[in-house]
Write a new protein. Structure first.
Length: 252
């Protein structure tokens, strides 16, 4: 997937315009507008069932939209002619569940997609995978199996696996929700380091302190709509929408 001829880096790398999504008669997304600039870190917060995960999955084509526009580098994600493999190389995603192959070592898990999907050179992929495992503080675990790792370590393997495809945008969908409190911090630190390196990141999270610390902008969603957005200091300290005020009063 190459950028649109009309797209330039001073335009949003991700842009959603009037995005609707229905499952049967139930409308999950009700006209979402959201933009993310290259190198920006955006957090999406809100109550359970507000459409956050559905929203983020429309960005790499995992969830088709009912109507509206989702663009990455000026290309329509839901255009039937778009190469989905190229899109998912460009837009990585890490889920709440790690989805590692239990019979493969950590190193093998990280290397699989570039080798089997992209057909890249094994030596180059292995060097990149080892470098990424060191980056996520898992040097020395290359030959371990997922069952031998903590939840936090497995999630960091999942992050390294996604990064091994060399994406331009990383999506994180509640990546700490299944973790023990002791291991949440190590995963958040990994994401913080990615953001500091300039990776464009879009995160669905319940970690309000982390969202405040890492975000350039925060979007608050409820009932399939974005109620309010803005810089974290503004949204957390002086929310304007009554629903945002109500939600934050319960979680902060």
């Amino acid at each position: 997937m190459t950028p649109s001829e009309n797209w330039t880096p001073d335009q949003p790398i991700v842009a959603l315009r009037d995005v609707h999504k229905s499952f049967g008669t139930f409308e999950v997304l009700k006209g979402i507008d959201l933009t993310v600039m290259k190198g920006e870190v955006v957090c999406i917060i809100g109550p359970s069932g507000s459409g956050k995960s559905t929203l983020i999955r429309t960005i790499n084509g995992l969830t088709p939209v009912t109507r509206g526009s989702v663009q990455v580098e000026g290309q329509e994600v839901h255009d039937g002619n778009l190469d989905k493999l190229a899109l998912r190389r460009k837009v990585g995603i890490v889920f709440q569940q790690y989805n590692l192959f239990p019979h493969r070592t950590v190193l093998q898990n990280v290397m699989m997609a570039p080798l089997l999907v992209l057909r890249e050179n094994r030596k180059e992929v292995e060097a990149r995978a080892r470098e990424l495992l060191a980056k996520v503080q898992l040097h020395g675990k290359e030959n371990a199996y997922p069952a031998e790792l903590s939840g936090g370590q497995q999630q960091r393997v999942a992050i390294a696996r996604s990064l091994c495809m060399r994406p331009d945008v990383m999506l994180f969908d509640e990546v700490t929700a299944a973790l023990d409190p002791e291991t949440v911090g190590e995963v958040l630190l990994t994401i913080k380091q990615l953001a500091a390196d300039g990776m464009t990141c879009i995160l669905v999270t319940h970690e309000m302190g982390f969202a405040r610390e890492i975000s350039d902008r925060v979007y608050f969603t409820d009932a399939g709509r974005i109620c309010e957005s803005g810089p974290p200091a503004s949204l957390f300290d002086n929310p304007q929408d009554p629903r945002t005020q109500e939600f934050l009063s319960k979680v902060l």
